[in-house]
Design a protein around this ligand. Structure first.
Ligand code: SF4
Length: 62
């Protein structure tokens, strides 16, 4: 399972708070996902982050 953050991100930081091992804030003020599959132990947190994003900016790929 892998995610990426699309252009809808408003930089609220919720995903970084929910799953800091997979999402980080970029210098540009928006979130970015690791360019790698979610480690198995963080799949639940990552899914919660995607579900919780207020603007549906986190998309699942693969
Ligand atoms: S929760 Fe959504 S809008 Fe907020 S920082 Fe993460 S991707 Fe961006």
């Amino acid at each position: 399972m892998k995610y990426y953050v699309n252009e809808n991100c408003i930089g609220c930081g919720l995903c970084v708070s929910t799953c800091p091992d997979y999402f980080t804030m970029a210098d540009t003020g928006v979130a970015v996902a690791m360019d790698a599959p979610v480690p198995v132990e963080h799949e639940g947190e990552a899914a919660n982050a995607a579900y919780g994003c207020p603007v549906d900016a986190i998309e699942q790929v693969g």
